[in-house]
Write a protein that binds this ligand. Structure first.
Ligand code: FAD
Ligand code: NAI
Length: 466
């Protein structure tokens, strides 16, 4: 039974990692909960067209590259005439998505979360229309996520000019893929198609790829991607794209101004960022406004300016990451239930799932130096016995600590296993660890994680293996 005249104690709008987690936690806490979702399947961007299908193709293309381009052969594993059945690869990707999205449906049933199918729009601050049903809820959580940012002059047709969703579904390996935007999506999906045989050119507006990451990490990543065969056109803007039957002609010019040139591509991927889904929600009827980036602002408890309305995930400020949305989902449900739900936004790891992986948590060295005196320890993966044995020498681990207190302020990793290794760094920072705490923690040998220990030892100048 919901409280008072309400149909639900909690109505969550959107069933992505933010929304579905919020709904399940609210139900676990005894609140009568519904979740509105307009897609045919639950799981949002992440499970349907984001994290999961992209990682499926990253994994599969990595296996293909290892078999086709000699990595396995170096170990004496000979696979002659390796061929690609792209249809089968897509089939396995779709199976992974189906399994996980149906898993959320099962979890909704198990936890008694009602799925309201359809597009939700506010009619007032506590009333929402979903399809042909109108419901009243004591608390409403907006978790509508984000969509691809369009680029004026470059119209996505999902055939020749695709966004990330189209790039996951290409029925053939592009001959020449031009990626607009050297961010996370461009490098991950660019890697997929490069490994499967495409020539890949990345056109990036800024003078370096991967904005927001530590400068040294960006520079080293640049070198690694070039070595892998990416063509990187930095400091360049795309001014137009003309698709014809067999390809696309792109017009580009230096970002700082200068002579225009054209690039011929077989396919173009537009990946210049994502924007919050706030249009068409009827926010005005709820008395809510968005900021100048179309985001909904909240306080630390995820309360919006209107009492009873909360917001989480990609639709609010902060990094657009699934795990950030999930943690906010748990916190908002706990706050609605009268508990204390907190997310430490200073410790949100981010990972680029290329090979090697690129990961970071906390401050970049540049930002840490702006805030005060720091000590930095670095250890190359080349000197890590396991990475070296596995023939994965690229990258390094970098630990940034406060010079006076030794408290760890940031950790950056380029390594085949960076996405897994960064969890240890995040946990150490969450516990307020010093670099000495990490350096004196026993790490199993031989593991890539020993590189984090050695980088922590390097903060005070005493690593063993370099
Ligand atoms: P979303 O997942 O976008 O879900 C919002 C849901 O709300 C959608 O299903 C939408 O249909 C629904 N909705 C919107 N409006 C309404 C409405 N009015 N009524 C009903 N339903 C509505 N993040 C990572 O952390 N790791 C990764 O590896 C990663 N890979 C990615 C790869 C790609 C290609 C992309 C595009 C994104 C990736 N992301 C990744 C980002 C991640 O997907 C998002 O940060 C995450 O999905 C945000 O979760 P959310 O719950 O806020 O919103
Ligand atoms: P992004 O913000 O990571 O990168 C966009 C890039 O495009 C930037 O480098 C920017 O400078 C550049 N750019 C912008 N306008 C341009 C223009 N006109 N011409 C050329 N370059 C231009 O955005 P992306 O890659 O689209 O990803 C969107 C979001 O999805 C990210 O915020 C990310 O958090 C999330 N995501 C996360 C993943 C992960 O965690 N592994 C994987 C994929 C996406």
């Amino acid at each position: 039974m919901a409280d008072g005249d309400y149909d639900f104690d909690v109505l969550v709008i959107g069933a992505g990692p933010g929304g579905y987690v919020a709904a399940i936690r609210a139900a676990q806490l005894g609140l009568k909960t519904a979740c509105a979702e307009s897609r045919e399947t639950l799981g949002g961007t992440c499970l349907n067209v984001g994290c999961i299908p992209s990682k499926a193709l990253l994994h599969a293309s990595e296996l293909f590259e290892e078999a086709a381009h000699g990595t396995m052969a170096k170990w004496g594993i000979k696979a002659d005439n390796v061929t690609l059945d792209l249809g089968a690869m897509h089939g396995t990707r779709l199976e992974a998505v189906k399994g996980l999205t149906q898993g959320i449906e099962f979890l909704f049933k198990k936890n008694k979360v009602e799925w309201l199918r359809g597009l939700a729009t506010f009619e007032s601050k506590d009333t929402v229309r979903v399809g042909d049903r109108t419901v009243r809820a004591k608390n409403i959580v907006i978790a509508t996520g984000s969509s691809v940012t369009p680029l004026p002059g470059v119209d996505v047709d999902q055939q020749r000019i695709v966004d990330s969703t189209g790039a996951l579904e290409l029925p053939e390996v592009p001959e020449h893929l031009v990626v607009i935007g050297g961010g996370v999506i461009g490098l991950e999906l660019g890697s997929v198609w490069r490994r499967l045989g495409s020539r890949v050119t990345v056109v990036e507006y800024l003078d370096q790829i991967l904005p927001g990451m530590d400068a040294e990490v960006r520079k080293e990543s640049n070198k690694i991607f070039k070595k892998q065969g990416f063509e990187l056109k930095l400091g360049t803007k795309v001014t137009g794209a003309q698709a014809n039957g067999s390809g696309v002609t792109l017009t580009v010019e230096p970002a700082a101004g200068g002579a225009a040139e054209t690039i011929e591509a077989s396919h173009v991927l537009v990946s210049i960022g994502r924007r919050p889904n706030t249009d068409g929600l009827g926010l005005d009827k709820a008395g809510l406004q968005v900021n100048n980036r179309a985001q909904i602002e909240t306080d630390h408890s995820f309360r919006t300016a209107v009492p009873g309305i909360w917001a989480i995930g990609d639709v609010i400020p902060g990094p657009m990451l699934a795990h950030k949305a999930e943690d906010e989902g748990i916190a908002v449900a706990e706050n609605i239930a009268g508990q204390t739900g907190i997310v430490n936004h200073a410790v949100i790891p981010s990972v680029v799932y290329t090979m090697p992986e690129i990961a970071g948590v906390g401050l970049t060295e540049e930002d840490a130096r702006k805030a005060g005196e720091v000590k930095v320890g670095k250890f190359p993966m080349m000197a890590n016995s396991r990475a070296k044995t596995n023939r994965e020498p690229d990258g390094f681990v970098k630990v940034i600590a406060d010079a006076k207190t030794d408290r760890v302020l940031g950790v950056w990793i380029i390594s085949s296993l960076a996405g897994t290794m960064i969890a240890q760094a995040a946990q150490a920072m969450e516990f307020g660890a010093t670099s000495e705490d990490i350096a004196y923690t026993c790490h199993a040998h031989p593991t890539h994680s020993e590189a984090l220990k050695e980088a922590a030892m390097a903060v005070t100048g005493k690593p063993i293996h370099i």
